[in-house]
Design a protein around this ligand. Structure first.
Ligand code: 0A1
Ligand code: ZN
Length: 874
């Protein structure tokens, strides 16, 4: 596609060059002012090689250079060059001190990268390349320096001044300004730099490390939110303890600070000793946050904390290694959450997310390896592949090496590389060396894009009493990678007999095994199997693959009732429901057949009152519209929606009395323990099925929802009812919408939900309604959470976004054009659903391509959005 922007040059992994100069120390002096902030920087340069170099490039973007000195002397104009990409120093000495003074404009920074002023606070975001928007620097992760930062700010609006490390001095000057000096003893790359200035209150606590040091913990929020920080604080302490116990990693500074803001592009950022968080992952009270929100806080707080070792102490050589910190840290946070909550339910959620975001990415034009080979804009590579698939690779390594072997490997990794900027290769080597093993073939996982397909074929021989299992693998071609190699795939498996027991698989009596499928096809024979068996494969989802296991419905239904692997038990029910939904899409509009096998599986779960309610709720939920679409050659948007609606109402109707009993029995006082959370989840699921059952009945179950909406004493229950009412196709919920808004208008995170639930409602006038949301007085183009609440939610309102007349796409593209001028990173991310045009029918394809063309023709197209469009429609 012709792109209307200053082209999109690619940066290649193979072009990596080590630094010619290190910067050993940096001292920053910052005078905070929303309109004009001045930043003075003093950098100590040290040449790495004896040979002189012609020039040094320092990155810089949008900086107004006011002064520049080398070793104290003003620099003459012919010894440096300044342009849009930065500053080039000509004929530098072997070592020298560079001083610069620049002016920047935080209030005008709506991209939220670098230093910005939002909601009355000064904040920074430097990953990946934001530091160059603050001062001239070698803004790359292998440039590790010791930072000293002095912040000056007005006392009234900025009583709190924070930066990384320890506060070593503070004072006041004559003009009513005060200042604070911070020193971080650990050399770090610039992407981990942070500073904050604002009127903030702190929730304080302490943590005593395993070696007995006391660490001050501080969470900075607006004064009125102080009461909503306890989940964050408790999660932080649990994460600190867990990292000591499971990885032997202790915190290394005397102070750990977290700052919350409503204006943030992502979830949170692991800046050394000074995390900056989207307030969505800090603030929670039972009245304003759902159980899912609480869970999100626990996992993101842990994620950022775990980065202190996996990312900060051991950092990245270059951005192609991003998954070295992200894949590993996601794996660590998933395991932490599994230990804190229910392991089975956690795994199901992790796989759901992987399949919802990463599998489609891996199957489309934006597919890339976990360790990419080239990029234009690194911000576009904070993807589900780098994060979630990256975590799955680490999980497979954990499976292959075993818990102890993996720990030996990470111990060696930290020992070897502490304080260094390293590669994924270094990580794999440490695991190999610590275990005297060879992971050569495993490396292909990092280099190759695409989701492998594993096909299983099993034969039981009743005479020989053997069960023979043949597994084969293939990976579809992805952009730039036509040919694929086999990868080692750990397949955790068991054989289950007619009594529902796992049989012995070998003479040792093991009842579960990990088979490693390394070749294109391999066969395993299990002897001494006196009875027919059903294979339970890929238990715990032991590898990020698609599995084709040709079982009949009978066997699946059986596994759905007896399999002791929670993931596979869930998977069996999902597969039955998926088949029913796919069948439903074939005959849209007709009364749907509700298969016996699915009925039996659901009935067994519904009757099992002893089962963990959270797990029970998982077993009773249907695959998402997205997931169903993924399994089709052409995504039949409307048919999927109708089939799913129809099956929901059938299940609601068929088990009506059971749902109603559950709904009443599960009522209980609000509490935050795991059991209560599970009970709420299951109860709200019952309510949802009851409301769907209305279609078949005389009674009006929305009355229950209305009552619950009014009487709820917590946001989980209130929002569940609210969502059902707003998204119900027949009932008018204007009064409820007004009521909700009035109650919560002062709580941005709650109002985000109010926007999102409306933007997801498949109502007849949905597009017009979403247009209205964009002009609502509470809508704000500058706040990413708010923009995502409307535009992000709109893209999952499938029947509206994908309306056959193209109206959804056209509307959407217009909004993305507008957003690109304000916040390119968020615009590019939101635009990715358009890249999946090949998956739809011809009419929709045309309309999606038109939308992409509308974007491509935009004047001043950002590099972020340009790259997404370019790759979506080359
Ligand atoms: N490293 C953070 C995520 C993050 C990435 C980029 C950002 O701005 C462009 C902000 C945050 C994490 O993994 O949590
Ligand atoms: Zn991370």
């Amino acid at each position: 596609m012709m792109i209307n922007s200053e082209n999109t040059p690619l940066i290649h992994r193979s072009d990596y060059q080590p630094l010619a100069y290190r910067i050993t120390e940096i001292a920053l002096d910052v005078h905070l002012d929303p309109e004009n902030t001045e930043v003075s920087a003093r950098l100590h340069f040290l040449r790495q090689n004896p040979e002189p170099v012609k020039e040094i490039h320092l990155d810089g973007e949008g900086l107004e250079l006011l002064e520049i000195r080398r070793d104290g002397q003003l620099l003459s104009e012919n010894s440096y060059v300044v342009n849009g990409a930065g500053l080039t120093l000509l004929n530098p000495e072997a070592d020298f001190v560079l001083e610069t003074r620049v002016r920047i404009h935080p209030a005008a920074n709506s991209a939220l990268s670098g230093l910005y002023h939002a909601g009355g606070q000064f904040l920074t975001q430097c990953e990946a390349e934001g530091f160059r928007r603050i001062t001239y620097y070698q803004d790359r992760p292998d440039c590790l320096a010791k930072f000293t930062v002095t912040l000056h700010g007005p006392k009234d609006t900025c009583p709190v001044l924070l930066a990384n490390g320890n506060c070593v001095a503070q004072g006041e000057d004559a003009q009513g300004f005060h200042w604070a000096r911070w020193e971080d003893p650990y050399p770090k790359p610039a992407y981990l730099f942070a500073m904050v200035g604002g009127d903030l209150a702190a929730m304080r606590d302490t943590f005593t490390t395993q070696s007995g040091r006391q660490v001050a913990l501080e969470i900075y929020v607006a004064e009125r939110d102080l009461g909503a920080c306890s989940q964050a604080m408790e999660s932080l302490k649990r994460a600190m303890r867990w990292d000591e116990e499971v990885y032997g990693r202790e915190y290394d500074l005397d102070r750990y600070m977290i700052v919350a803001t409503d204006s943030f592009n992502m979830g949170a950022m692991e800046n050394k000793g000074l995390n900056i968080f989207n307030s969505k992952y800090v603030l929670a009270s039972p009245e304003t946050a759902t159980d899912t929100d609480y869970q999100g806080i626990e996992s993101v707080i842990a994620h950022e904390y775990f980065h202190n070792w996996t990312g900060n102490r051991v950092t990245l050589r270059d951005w192609f290694q991003l998954s070295l910190k992200e894949g590993l840290t996601v794996f660590r946070d998933q395991e932490f959450s599994a230990d804190m909550n229910s392991r089975g339910v956690q795994r199901i959620g992790d796989v759901r997310r992987l399949r919802a975001a990463q599998f489609p990415e891996d199957a489309g034009p934006l597919a890339h390896p976990v360790r990419p080979d080239a990029y234009s804009e690194i911000n576009n590579f904070y993807t589900a592949t780098v994060y979630e698939k990256g975590a799955e690779l680490v999980r497979m390594l954990h499976t292959l090496l075993g818990k102890e072997g993996f720990r030996r490997g990470t111990d060696l990794y930290f020992e070897r590389h502490d304080g260094h900027a390293v590669t994924i290769e270094d990580f794999v080597e440490a695991l190999e060396d610590a275990n005297h093993t060879d992971l050569s073939r495993f490396r292909t996982w990092y280099a190759q894009a695409g989701t492998p397909l594993v096909k299983a074929q099993g034969v039981y021989d009743p005479k020989a009493h053997t069960y023979t299992l043949t597994l084969s693998q293939s990976t579809p071609a992805t952009p730039g990678q036509a040919h694929k190699e086999p990868v080692p795939i750990p397949v955790r498996m068991a054989l289950i007999n007619t009594q529902g027991e796992k049989t012995a698989l070998d003479s040792r009596g093991d009842r579960e095994k990990v088979l490693v499928l390394e070749e294109a096809t391999q066969t395993w024979t299990f002897t001494e199997q006196p009875d027919p068996v059903i294979p339970s494969l890929l238990r715990g989802f032991s590898a990020p693959v698609r599995l084709e296991n040709p079982l009949d419905d009978q066997s699946r239904s059986f596994l759905a009732c007896v399999d002791d692997d929670p993931f596979n038990r869930w998977e069996s029910t999902q597969e039955l429901a998926l088949q029913a939904l796919l069948a439903g899409t074939q005959n849209p509009g007709t009364v749907q057949h509700f298969p016996d096998a699915l009925e039996r599986a659901l009935a067994a779960t519904l009757q099992d009152g002893a089962m963990d309610p959270a797990f029970r709720a998982e077993l009773l939920s249907l695959p998402s519209e997205d997931y169903v679409g993924e399994q089709m050659a052409v995504i039949a948007v409307d048919a999927i929606h109708q089939a799913r609606d129809a099956l929901l109402s059938q299940i609601g109707h068929h088990f009506h009395d059971t749902w109603l009993n559950l709904y009443h029995d599960l009522a209980g006082a609000y509490a935050r323990d795991g059991l209560s959370i599970g009970r709420r989840r299951l109860r709200n699921m019952a309510l949802s099925y009851l409301v769907y059952s209305d279609r078949h009945r005389e009674d009006d179950m929305t009355l229950h929802a209305r009552q619950q909406y009014v009487q709820a004493d917590n946001m989980t229950d209130r929002l569940a009812a609210f969502q059902l009412l707003v998204q119900h196709p027949l009932h008018d919920a204007e009064d409820i919408l007004m009521d909700f808004y009035q109650k919560w208008q002062d709580y941005p995170l709650v109002i985000d939900k109010w926007f999102a639930i409306q933007a997801m409602a498949p109502r007849a006038d949905a597009l017009r309604h979403v247009q209205h949301l964009l002009v609502h007085s509470a809508f704000d183009w500058k706040v990413p959470n708010r923009v995502r609440a409307v535009l992000g939610a709109f893209t999952v309102n499938h029947t509206v976004f994908h309306a056959a007349d193209g109206s959804g796409y056209a509307f959407f593209a217009e909004q993305i054009r507008r957003l690109d001028d304000i916040n390119p990173q968020t615009a590019a991310r939101l635009a990715t659903p358009l890249s999946r045009w090949q998956r739809y029918d011809e009419v929709r394809q045309k309309a999606m391509i038109q939308a992409l063309q509308l974007l491509a023709a935009k004047p001043h197209l950002s590099r972020d959005l340009a790259e997404v469009i370019q790759r979506a429609y080359p």
